[in-house]
Design a protein around this ligand. Structure first.
Ligand code: UT7
Length: 331
């Protein structure tokens, strides 16, 4: 008997209420609405308010995903690089607040690729018979890592959360995730990192120590090349041609990265699903947030062949595919 597949059965997302528009950033830093829009595709992003944490956002998204389907979850996998505390993981607090009893719960940190890594982890739990139903959440408050004076990172990042419920099912039914393709390249960790605050370099009194440093142009090049490469691999494993893909839901880092990757793949520009204009780069939340927005506005319809591909700090990247299931009316 083939191993059970992880099938999408619930979806939800959650955003902080505070909106930060480009003109508000331009009023404070040496940048402009026009530069941000044309270089990144972002018009506005959401920012967690004081006291609003990654767990709060994850609980919001997780509750909606669970409410959209019957039943709970035996396992919670939280993809995040911004947990509420350095120790312990945040997933157990999310599981407790969602009333999931003593469900297994842990974090996965693959930064902006975290959601695809967490999906693969959940699929492995289901295939191995360890879990029947898994709640996978991508949640980040990346703005807490950003130097408020750094015009190269402030415009890019936003906060948010997205979640899916996966159930054990058959590989050939709509909603089944897989195959997967996952990779990393740690020698380029310093292209996008927070250098201090871990065991290698301890936090000092210099507040600059704890902020994200990004070599944007290099990250841009790696992102396009790796997402295209990984997408080709996963399509080949799935037995799909590029032309079979109806929707490309890539990590929302920069609209130009999404467009360039689609072009490298030979995919029409209108296959690209994008909500980056409204939310910016929300790290691990980006793909499930884009999925939820796209199914609400009808961009994603039952039967669509969907390619997911992510790239992030680490460096990490990964891809998977699914045929979009009928999830009913979004609440
Ligand atoms: O999830 C993964 C996380 N990160 C990413 O994926 C980021 C990937 N990288 C990017 O999205 C782009 O590299 C950026 C949006 C960060 C930058 O765009 P770019 O087209 O690579 O610009 P650049 O860094 O080459 O800078 C072009 C110019 C420079 O000025 P000069 O040297 O040409 O005079 C920068 O100093 O734009 C300047 N610049 C800005 N100007 C206005 C850089 N940031 C800004 C800014 N406003 N915010």
């Amino acid at each position: 008997m083939p191993a059970p597949a992880a099938v999408l059965t619930g979806l939800g997302s959650w955003l902080p209420t505070k909106v930060l528009a480009n003109h508000e950033i331009a009023a404070r830093l040496d940048t402009s609405d026009e530069w941000i829009r044309t270089r990144t595709g972002i018009r506005e992003r959401r920012v967690a308010g004081p006291g609003e944490s990654t767990v709060d956002l994850a609980v919001g998204a997780g509750r909606k995903a669970l409410a959209s389907t019957d039943g709970g979850a035996d396992v919670v996998v939280l993809a995040t690089a911004t947990p509420d505390q350095p120790c312990p993981a945040s997933a157990p607090q999310v599981a407790a607040r969602l009333g999931l009893g003593t469900a297994a719960a842990f974090d996965v940190n693959a930064v902006c690729s975290g959601f695809v890594y967490a999906l693969a982890t959940a699929a492995g739990f289901i295939a191995g018979g360890i879990a029947e139903r898994v709640l996978v959440i991508g949640a980040d408050t990346f703005t807490t890592l950003i130097d408020p004076e750094d015009r190269t990172t402030v415009p890019i990042f936003g906060d948010g959360a997205g979640a899916v419920v996966l159930r054990a099912g058959d590989a050939d039914e709509p909603g089944a995730f897989g195959p997967f393709d996952l990779h990393s390249e740690g020698e380029h960790a310093d292209l996008l990192w927070v250098e201090a605050g871990g065991s290698r370099r301890r936090l000092s009194d210099d507040p600059g120590d704890r902020f994200l440093a990004m070599q944007g142009t290099a990250v841009f090049r790696h992102a396009c090349a790796r997402m295209a490469e990984s997408s080709r691999t996963v399509l080949e494993r799935a037995g799909w041609m590029v032309g079979d893909v109806d929707r490309f839901v890539g990590h929302q880092a920069n609209i130009r990265i999404l467009q360039a990757t689609a072009k490298q793949l030979g995919m029409p520009a209108d296959a690209v699903v994008a909500n980056i204009d409204r939310v910016g780069n929300t790290s691990a939340a980006s793909i499930p947030l884009a999925l939820d927005d796209a199914r609400r506005d009808g961009t994603l319809a039952p039967g669509n062949r969907v390619l997911l591909s992510a790239f992030g700090a680490g460096l990490t990247w990964g891809s998977t595919v699914l045929r979009w299931p009928d999830l009913g009316q979004p609440s």
